[in-house]
Design a protein around this ligand. Structure first.
Ligand code: PLP
Ligand code: TYF
Length: 394
């Protein structure tokens, strides 16, 4: 049965993690995978999450099946966080619990394939690698729209807009709501308005991937683009991930929301999303989503979470500034101010594959060959080593 099975390639990012773990160098630094680590280089357990966990463990519950679309209180709290209370009241959004942001993308992709089987999917060039793989596996032809402009150290916005304006009606356009992975460059509100106008005029289907809400400029600021799509009267998808914002990577907590035209329409959409879920994994797990629902709906825990998320955001920004200052103090001549203009956990550093490989081989500093480094893994303890390595390869 398996004699002819070929070895599949490793995930370029998760494969790097395996390589890092196997490296005996005690000074190694992992700037590969997108994971936030604190000032001590540790994966944080947020206090708000720990408090919610304590509440749950103090009142243990039997573990029945959840409804197919997940915990109702969770779905509602997520919808309110992402779209606002008025949108919840309108009843025209269907939100389902998902296995992380990836699970949300997959439910949406499978539903879209039933709805619009001939559509093409466009992802940004470059994008999170799993976008291409996931939509390809769901049966779509996946193309790209221009996004990164290496020379301008920013976004090739005119080209991006031209590509959207040239796309056929019904084309699915995957957009990063904030903190673009891998580049760190986000559209301005004015540019988003132009994208929304193009999506509307061309009859495109927007699929917003929101995996880093709160890591850019704030929870409301990072969610503003989603509200703008809502206000434009569009029907669109949003996948939400709480892996990073709650530091709940392994619990697989996320959601998919489909914004439709009316309450009645949302009911029909929800029924179809439930078929996708039922035929994939039947219903989602309880623990992580219960934690998130508890935090979001308990005022004191909610306030604590918002403060802790702000702490992560501020620390990343401080590390961006310190990285630039120290590289310049180390004699690097290039203008590196772009690093502080980027948002979120990643920086497209401008280093090429050969430089990234040298960083890995000579200095034990692991980043992706594309030049992407996870600035959320920098801290006062590893910064000097990273600066030494980058200055040397530059
Ligand atoms: N979308 C983007 C853009 C991401 O960077 C990630 C990162 O993990 C995800 C989705 C997936 O999130 P999750 O780990 O919650 O599945
Ligand atoms: O881009 C990253 O590093 C994160 C984590 O297949 C990740 O989004 C990377 C690859 C992957 C799943 C998650």
């Amino acid at each position: 049965l398996f004699a002819a099975v070929e070895m599949a390639p490793r995930d370029p990012i998760l494969g790097l993690n395996e390589q890092f773990n196997a490296d005996p160098n005690p000074a190694k630094v992992n700037l590969g995978v997108g994971v936030y680590t604190d000032e001590n280089g540790k994966l944080p357990l947020l206090k708000a999450v720990a408090a919610a966990e304590k509440l749950l463990l103090e009142a243990p519950k039997a573990k029945g099946y959840l409804p197919i679309d997940g915990i109702a209180a969770y779905d509602k709290a997520v919808q309110a966080l992402v779209f606002g209370d008025d949108a919840v009241a309108s009843g025209r959004i269907a939100t389902v619990q998902a296995l992380g942001g990836t699970g949300g993308l997959k439910i949406g992709a499978d539903f879209l394939k039933r709805l619009n089987p001939g559509a093409t999917v466009l992802i940004s060039d470059p994008s999170w690698e799993n976008h291409r793989a996931l939509f390809t596996n769901a049966g779509f032809t996946v193309g790209t729209y221009p996004y990164f402009d290496a020379e301008a150290k920013g976004i090739a916005f005119d080209k991006m807009l031209a590509a959207l304006n040239a796309a056929a009606a019904g084309t699915v356009v995957v957009l990063h709501a904030c903190c673009h992975n891998p580049t760190g460059y986000d559209l301005t509100p004015a540019q988003w308005s132009e994208v929304i106008a193009a999506v509307k005029a061309r009859g495109l289907v927007a699929f917003l991937d929101s995996a880093y809400q709160g890591f850019g400029d704030g929870i409301a600021e990072d969610g503003a683009v989603i509200r703008a799509f809502l206000e434009a009267g569009l029907n669109f998808f949003v996948s939400t991930s709480f892996s990073k914002s709650f530091s709940l990577y392994g619990e697989r907590v996320g959601a998919l929301s489909a914004v439709s035209g009316s309450k009645e329409e949302a009911g029909r959409v929800l029924s179809q999303l439930k078929i996708v879920i039922r035929t994939n994994y039947s219903n989602p797990p309880t623990f992580g989503a219960t934690l998130v629902a508890t935090v979001l709906t308990t005022p004191a825990l909610r306030a604590q979470w918002e403060e802790e998320l702000a702490g992560m955001r501020v620390r990343i920004k401080a590390m961006r500034g310190a990285l630039v200052a120290k590289l310049q103090a180390a004699g690097v001549q290039q203008d590196l101010s772009f690093i502080t203009r980027q948002k979120g956990m990643f920086s497209y550093s401008g280093l090429n594959a050969a430089q990234m490989q040298r960083l890995r081989g000579e200095f034990g500093i692991y980043g992706v060959d594309s030049g992407r480094i996870c600035v959320a893994a920098l801290n006062e303890k590893n910064l000097d080593a990273v600066v030494r390595g980058i200055a040397a390869v530059l």
